[in-house]
Design a protein around this ligand. Structure first.
Ligand SMILES: *[C@@H]1O[C@H](CO)[C@@H](O)[C@H](O)[C@H]1NC(C)=O
Ligand SMILES: *[C@@H]1O[C@H](CO)[C@@H](O)[C@H](O)[C@H]1NC(C)=O
Ligand SMILES: *[C@@H]1O[C@H](CO)[C@@H](O)[C@H](O)[C@H]1NC(C)=O
Length: 266
């Protein structure tokens, strides 16, 4: 009984939360290395899809593919690796295409969307992806309920502690079903703070907020989906919420952070 519930919850999670990766077809033709550099400059990386859900999302995103295109999958001393560095264990090769003995890079065939291997120095179009640090959960929970959910399923209730993070959250907020969306912002013992311990240097409060001493029932932070500012509201309200994601494909959060800060440097 408990197992069923857990499975249902996880399925619901996949069904309701928005995707973590978004893929883009780049028509320009380049070698795999140049394509990788391009993606790291203008997006986050070459596209990867390491499980069935991601593969499904990839196929949904790439309807505009007009030619064979690289993805972030390559061999290093005979071991297949995803662009983030992790071993690729399940790869859906096109079985009609013989695996070459030599090292190579993987591309997605245009017609059947299956994977083929070819010399990395040949020039092809490619797929880049953007990875979201956040998941918008379309369930209605109190602030405490949201915190518990995020800590159990992901990493934590989201900290929008930099302008880049806020921007990343705002990309997803349009899908929210409630007027406000919980964030990991809380007022306790005389001060506001992010529950994950991030510094509260950057702020984006609504102009007329009285922050020094919010009323006792208005001490949880949310994003207002209309004004797109932070606001403080009653912790017992049931709202959609943003969780932060711990790791993607074994990519540690530090790596995600470095991607984010690299972006802000540009
Ligand atoms: C993808 O990420 C890059 C780098 O952060 C950003 O400049 C770009 O706007 C994003 N593209 C989309 C469509 O979200
Ligand atoms: C990746 O595969 C190689 C070769 O099979 C193995 O030696 C290595 O331990 C694997 N790494 C991980 C993280 O599984
Ligand atoms: C959450 O609340 C909103 C607004 O009241 C409602 O439209 C939505 O259906 C609710 N979502 C769930 C999953 O109950």
């Amino acid at each position: 009984m408990k197992t069923t519930l857990a499975v249902l919850l996880i399925m619901e999670l996949y069904g309701l939360s928005s995707g973590l990766k978004q893929h883009f077809f780049i028509k320009e033709k380049m070698t795999w290395d140049s394509a990788s550099k391009y993606c790291k400059t203008y997006f986050h990386d070459l596209s990867t899809f390491t499980n069935e859900n991601e593969q499904k999302q990839f196929l949904e995103d790439v309807t505009d593919q007009t030619s064979a295109a690289w993805i972030g999958l390559y061999t290093e001393s005979g071991v297949w690796k995803w662009s983030g560095g992790e071993n690729a264990t399940q790869i859906s090769w096109d079985i009609s295409n013989k695996k070459p003995k030599d090292d190579g890079c993987a591309f997605v065939n245009k017609g059947n969307k299956k994977l083929h291997i070819i010399d990395c120095n040949t020039e092809h179009s490619f797929f880049c992806m953007n990875i979201s640090e956040f998941v918008l959960v379309l369930q209605n929970e109190t602030w405490e309920g949201a915190l518990e959910y995020c800590r159990k399923q992901y990493n934590d209730l989201s900290s929008l502690s930099t302008m880049e993070r806020l921007a990343s959250a705002l990309l997803e907020i349009t899908q929210a079903e409630t007027e406000y969306v919980w964030t990991g912002l809380r007022f306790l013992a005389g001060e506001w703070f992010w529950v994950n311990g991030d510094d509260l240097d950057y702020t984006d409060w609504c102009q007329n907020e009285q922050l020094q001493c919010p009323a006792i029932d208005l001490r949880c932070g949310a994003l207002d989906i209309n004004t797109r500012d932070w606001t403080h509201i009653n912790c017992e309200e049931k709202l959609n919420f943003f969780c932060s994601v711990q790791a993607i494909d074994g990519m540690p959060p530090e790596r995600l952070k470095s991607i984010t800060s690299k972006k802000s440097g540009n």
